[in-house]
Design a protein around this ligand. Sequence first.
Ligand code: ATP
Length: 425
Amino acid sequence: MASITLNNIVKKYDDGFPAVNNVSLDIADGEFVILVGPSGCGKSTLLRMIVGLEDITSGELQIDGTRMNEAAPKDRNLAMVFQNYALYPHLTVYENIAFPLRLAKSKSGDSTGGANGGSNGGSRGRSLGGAGGGSVDDRVRKAAEMLELTEHLERKPANLSGGQRQRVAMGRAIVRQADAFLFDEPLSNLDAKLRGQMRSEIAQLQRRLGVTSVYVTHDQTEAMTLGDRVAVLKKGELQQVASPRELYEQPVNLFVAGFIGSPSMNFLPATLKASAEGTGGAGGAGGSGGAVLSSPIGDIPISAEKAAVAKGHELLMIGLRPEFFEDAQLVDEAKKGKGAVFTAELSHLEWLGHEQYGYIEFEPDEKVRRLLADLAAEMDADELRPQVVTTLSAESRVRPGQPTDLWVDTSRIHIFDPETGENLT
Ligand code: ATP
């Protein structure tokens, strides 16, 4: 296994536009890192540069501390697992898994390459999870055992489920004793249920084998559930690299905040004011010391600490995750004190069984409309609707079209600078 280091990596295609712009990232030996971002953000390009399928325009790629920019793909000893699995339909599972070993043997002939597929003279390519060493037969059978494919070894790919095919593809990577696995959206052809299953299989297998892995996806759920760390890319630039929890709880900017989480974080333009007592809008405690954020859904009291970061900005963008809200009637007194209660009218409700989504729509003035359009462009979204999505408990009996008391957890409000997108909280 190996560490992978990217130092100021740039990729410019013929049009000269940087598809990957100055990306630096250290991937530790055995770590599982996810590259995530919307279509066209450069994640596949980055992966292809690591594996050697694409030239690096500038910057340095190191594998285990050695510069690899100029190394041929086969000398990098990395195993790529593709979306379509790239299995041979006429070969059995056994033959498919053995293929890289047989290929390497027949190619190496009188050379010193040995049978580790990406042979590099044996300088790297250490044994992986016990599947290395021994005859081709031994190695294939060990890999099959690890992947619970032993009873399917004589089948052809057409007679396997999508998940089993995926495991065969990984079996090939395992027998090759690759230093790292690189996954390029391997689950995007599967239906939702199988995707969920395979997601957890890949996560468990990666942990069991402890092999360095880089995984590309545009699906934030996959990113959040699979990785030790997640690298979020936007237009070729790295936005944040952090654990899934940190990304969710402390996104550095509007883009990451909006990209991570489903349903997405709600964004509302707001201004900071001193609260005028008894003016309606959001009420309740909040420990505000007198400051409120005036927003299209009402005035939201905030703590002195949050007011301090908001100070000096004429206009702010506030971020509220749907789960920051609750039907006020279901919130106990102790919790109520940590947030604020305000009255809103839900335009409609979606009942999902275990919870329900309540929608608050608001009428944006011209300035707010412009801000939302700018934000949509920033988020790479078609549009941002003037609404707030709230996640309410399944037992709530709130009804749309009536004034409803909602509680909002003001302690978790994010405050962004709308100019730079930076999270100020
Ligand atoms: P997707 O999720 O859609 O696969 P991605 O994040 O993997 O997207 P890339 O495929 O890396 O994005 O593409 C990044 C940018 O580089 C895009 O703007 C794309 O159009 C451009 N690009 C990719 N491959 C080439 C190429 N061979 N020649 C020119 N431009 C390219």
